[in-house]
Design a binder for this molecule. Structure first.
Ligand code: DON
Length: 565
């Protein structure tokens, strides 16, 4: 009897695993380079990074060049008016991270987006001057440069100056992005904005940005002062005054990026190096990986019902922790050690069963809706010496708060919406928060950005990250599983269709064709619900191949490009 039963169980497992595998195209392979690689959201920006390294620059030099170039050629998310996080690994194995996240202005207060009844007041945390946090990107680049840069600073900013002054040809995606932003940008800015046209932008048009070129020249010539004081600071403060914003000279002058110890986790013999708070990315990614480590993910198969079920169950618990415990560690005691404690993670995941869905309400209560289309950008760099830099940077929503600083030519972020504007009320990503992430002057808003590096005893293994708001963490998670557990190369891992759960709302978000019908049916029978989404994430990553070459994985969901040599 027992023998018969175990026979049928084995058959069942085999059938469920085999129907589950979505085929991975064996011919897919990313661009390779023997020495160096840059992968970013735009070929022109990747080219800037690659040519900086060709001239002898290191990974930090290249990353700085890419950050400024993206501010020109990918203005929907690339920025000088936003912020981000850098995680890096020196060829020696030393690791570090820099937090250049925006901060709440000094005149911000907890209830600044609530009306007299205590309800959220329109879209003030999302659009217009009040939505902007104090930008951190320029200070971030300057700090990275001062500690690690090798070429002259001006050589790193000049390519962006030229792209802005001489212009560049818009791709279809670039034109569509500008057209998508037109209505709101026009509403928010009360002057004539050169980025907008009477007729729509189309692929092949040239975009010249004179004001931005001048701002970049000031940064090129004066470094930090070219942005946080002098002419640029005046233009920002004038803009604030004309539109009811609260960023002051004092806010700009006192902005400082922060060097932070990266978080280190372990997953199947590899070291996961990622961003600590105020990003939730590192904590959540390590919890996710260590949370699934007890399950035979590789045997379950990529996007099989078992893999998706287990990932979903782990994700619910991790995102519930995120909502409760995470915020800016400079203002709120974030229990990172507890959250990453092995026993804690084991206990937290102990009630996950293959035959049972845990409703989100059993994990913790809350009410969540909507996810808006948004923008951030990630780039990964490895230099000829083997140094690696992983940077995710953002304006938050596409074109941030839509304010294009008059005379300065750059967009300001709307990062204030990443605070928990009202406890328990979801933000644009459907994420909820509480005291840990409430608004306090000069505090940093919680992020999901997850720039990550993976290494092992042989050295550097992978550099990875993505945009995608709350889906950032799970996209990085799946990319790592795709390589380590499912044996994919970098490009296959990036291309593979993604799924996502964030505890609330209690459903699996799934890219088109991520799951085959039988897998989906099985998950629905188990009690999961689904929502389809065109694209999840836009991963740009680099894998060190067994022969030491570098494989770039540029996400085909956008114009992304890997350039190596
Ligand atoms: O820091 C965060 O988590 C968000 N501001 C990121 C926004 C984002 O990724 C939008 N992207 N597509």
């Amino acid at each position: 009897m027992m023998k018969k039963l175990s026979f049928w169980i084995t058959i069942l497992i085999l059938v469920s695993c085999s129907t589950a595998q979505m085929s991975v195209d064996p011919s897919v392979k990313g661009t390779t380079g023997q020495k160096a690689m840059v992968v970013s959201a735009d070929p022109l920006a990747s080219e800037v990074g690659s040519s900086i390294m060709n001239k002898g620059g290191n990974a930090w030099d290249a990353a700085i060049g890419v950050q400024f170039a993206l501010a020109v050629v990918f203005p929907v998310a690339g920025n000088i008016g936003g912020g981000g996080f850098a995680v890096f690994r020196e060829s020696s194995g030393e690791v570090g991270s820099l937090d250049f996240r925006e901060k709440a202005p000094k005149r911000a207060d907890r209830d600044m987006y609530l009306d007299d009844q205590g309800n959220i007041d329109g879209r003030k945390s999302l659009e217009g001057h009040l939505a902007a946090g104090v930008p951190g990107s320029v200070d971030g680049m300057v700090q990275l440069y001062d500690k690690y840069g090798s070429l002259p600073w001006s050589d790193l900013v000049q390519p962006a100056v030229e792209l802005a002054r001489e212009g560049f040809i818009l791709t279809e995606e670039g034109a569509a992005n500008l057209n998508r932003g037109t209505k709101l940008i026009r509403e928010v800015n009360k002057y004539e904005v050169h980025l907008l046209k009477e007729v729509e932008w189309k692929a092949g048009d040239k975009l010249v940005q004179e004001d931005l070129a001048r701002t970049l020249e000031r940064i090129r010539d004066d470094g930090r002062d070219g942005f946080y004081s002098g002419e640029t600071a005046k233009l920002i403060v004038d803009e604030m005054q004309s539109g009811g914003g609260i960023i002051s000279y004092d806010d700009l002058e006192s902005y400082q990026s922060v060097w932070r110890e990266p978080l280190i986790g372990n997953y199947r013999g590899k070291r996961i190096i990622s961003m600590p708070p105020p990003s939730s990315g590192g904590v959540a990614l390590i919890q996710l990986l260590e949370g699934v480590e007890a399950f035979p993910i590789s045997r379950f198969g990529h996007n099989s019902w078992k893999s998706v079920h287990v990932m979903t169950e782990v994700e619910k618990r991790v995102y519930a922790d995120r909502a409760t415990y995470l915020g800016d560690p400079d203002f709120y005691e974030v229990p990172v050690d507890m959250l990453l404690n092995e026993d804690y993670i084991r206990n937290r995941m102990a009630d996950i069963k293959l035959n049972r869905v845990t409703p989100a309400s059993d994990i913790k209560k809350g009410n969540v809706e909507i996810v808006e289309s948004v923008q951030t950008t990630h780039f990964s760099v490895v230099d000829p010496d083997g140094n690696a830099v992983s940077i995710t940077t953002t304006l938050n929503s596409y074109f941030g708060c839509k304010v294009l600083v008059k005379g300065a030519g750059f967009f300001l972020n709307n990062e204030m919406d990443d605070f928990s504007v009202k406890a328990g009320v979801p933000n644009q990503f459907g994420l909820v928060g509480a005291e840990a992430n409430e608004i306090v002057p000069e505090k940093r808003m919680l992020s999901s950005m997850t720039p990550t590096i993976v290494d092992d005893q042989d050295g550097l293994f992978m550099v990875v990250g993505t945009p995608g708001g709350s889906t950032i963490i799970t996209s990085v998670f799946q990319t790592i599983l795709n390589v380590i557990d499912h044996g994919m190369n970098m490009q296959q891992a990036v291309n593979a269709r993604r799924v996502h759960n964030q505890w609330l709302p209690d459903r699996i978000l799934s890219e088109d064709h991520a799951l085959n019908e039988s897998v989906k049916k099985k998950l629905i029978r188990l009690g999961h619900t689904f929502e389809e989404r065109g694209n999840i994430g836009r991963v740009d990553a680099i894998l060190v191949l067994p022969n030491g070459d570098l494989e770039g994985g540029a996400d085909p969901r956008g114009d992304d490009a890997a350039i190596g040599f």
